[in-house]
Design a protein around this ligand. Structure first.
Ligand code: C2O
Length: 449
């Protein structure tokens, strides 16, 4: 089946009392409905054969463009390839392991409450989603016979991209998704919600992307922009962690999380040796395959690069990392030279199990705020930033703990001795909804300039 057909369709137009009919050239593909997932098959996969090792070694590197760039008339070809690719997968029968339904299932089974090896809370988080995007791209490339097709990324770090990218919005095309809330209080995304600077400054992969062991610590890249963009769509599929890949914009969101990883490496940080750790996917020939994380570290081998990368605004070499020690339940901030100003506060594995199960955002404070304190403008007394989670089907079965890095520039300058931290749940507008409790985490540090 050709993926696109120029065709002539009959248009009927009524102007006042006169009705005219004429034939118009139109691209029929985008006017048709693309297939929808089959709910009953969204969390089940067939029992696979033993996996075969897949070693990515693409013959050429093609650029992934931002959704904003793809909206330019000069990128019409790339945009059409993306739309065709999405429609091709959405149109496969739900039993096909390459179908949209089974992509949702791939994600869902790794996120199900019964799965103790969740892909979001250890070092699988970045490589697993990178692998997903790569195999989706390969399937689309093969089905559409379009070898230069690459996925898009949603550059929400860019001030001009703080609402749903326009190419995803129109109804009569494959990037549209009905179950999206675009009018909630988190739109447009705020600077603070999508601030990548604290993450880019993290010196170790352990905190940035996690370790082999579950929640040791939870990767900081899960909180912050990653969670906030998911939650902006609440209530909608994107805000449901397990089923978020129903919405085509999921792939653009994770394109930007993947670009954050690429940017972190380009900024001078090092990926670890992942050893024998691997991810499993069906390749474009429907062969159950595994790829070593180590083989996913270099995007060039995966055949793509990004049209631009995120850049740290501070010179990373000027930053130093100072652990804060806990003594008798008190945080002791080590004395500093006058010039050493705290820029980022790193919170490793903040415990949230005593917090309201339906809350997703938690404010961190160094004074105890009264209930109803507004944090949205960032000016609230003692407010340092937020820790964020994503609910799965409305509940928090992966509640605790979470890591986060907060930009505390100019807020902690005065704190030299003991530091008391509090945490309180926030409503979607950023107001505290309960009394703040003393914050407990497994490690604290300051990144200073
Ligand atoms: Cu696997 Cu952003 O979710």
């Amino acid at each position: 089946m050709p993926v696109s057909r120029r065709d002539f369709i009959r248009q009927v137009v009524t102007v006042g009392p006169i009705t005219m009919a004429f034939w118009m050239e139109k691209d029929l593909l985008w006017a048709k409905e693309c297939g929808m997932p089959l709910a009953s098959a969204e969390c089940t996969l067939p029992t696979p054969k033993p996996p075969v090792r897949f070693i990515p070694n693409e013959p050429k590197v093609v650029t992934r463009y931002s959704a904003l760039e793809l909206a330019a008339p000069s990128r019409a070809t790339q945009l059409k390839q993306l739309r065709d690719g999405v429609c091709l997968l959405r149109d496969l029968p739900p039993t096909d392991v390459l179908s949209w339904t089974k992509l949702i299932a791939q994600h869902c089974i790794h996120c199900a409450p019964s799965n103790t090896d969740n892909i979001h809370y250890n070092w699988q988080f970045l490589p697993w989603h990178r692998g997903l995007l790569y195999f989706v791209e390969r399937a689309m490339r093969k089905l559409g016979k379009m070898d230069d097709m690459r996925l898009a990324y949603w550059d929400w770090d860019n001030k001009s991209s703080r609402t749903l990218p326009t190419i995803y919005a129109p109804k009569d095309q494959p990037l549209y998704w009905a179950n999206r809330n675009l009018t909630g209080p988190r739109w447009p995304l705020s600077d603070a919600a999508v601030n990548v600077q604290p993450l880019l400054a993290l010196p170790n992969f352990d905190i940035f992307g996690g370790t082999a062991k579950q929640r040791t610590p939870v990767p900081a890249t899960f909180s912050g922009p990653h969670a906030n963009v998911h939650n902006a769509f609440s209530p909608g599929d994107m805000a449901d962690l397990q089923y978020s890949p129903r919405d085509p914009v999921f792939y653009a969101h994770h394109g930007n999380i993947d670009r954050l990883w690429s940017s972190w490496v380009a900024a001078g940080h090092k990926n670890p040796d992942f050893g024998t750790a691997k991810v499993y996917f069906y390749d474009e020939n429907r062969v159950w395959s595994y790829v070593l994380f180590n083989d996913l570290r270099d995007e060039a081998k995966l055949g793509y690069n990004y049209s631009s990368l995120m850049k740290p605004t501070v010179k990373l070499s000027s930053l130093s990392n100072r652990p804060i020690v806990e003594k008798n339940g008190q945080l002791e901030v080590p004395p500093t030279k006058e010039s050493l100003l705290p820029k980022f506060l790193v919170l490793q594995n903040v415990h949230l199990e005593k917090q309201a199960a339906n809350a997703v955002d938690f404010g961190v404070f160094f004074t105890q705020p009264p209930v109803g304190t507004a944090t949205a403008n960032d000016k609230a007394n003692g407010f340092l930033g937020t820790v964020n989670r994503v609910l799965s089907s409305g509940h928090d079965h992966h509640a605790d703990p979470l890591s986060a890095v907060l930009e505390v520039d100019n807020k902690l300058d005065q704190v030299k001795g003991p530091l008391k931290l509090y945490v309180a749940p926030l409503d979607p507008t950023g107001k505290t909804t309960a009394a703040a409790a003393p914050l407990s985490a497994e490690a604290f540090s300051l990144i200073s300039e």
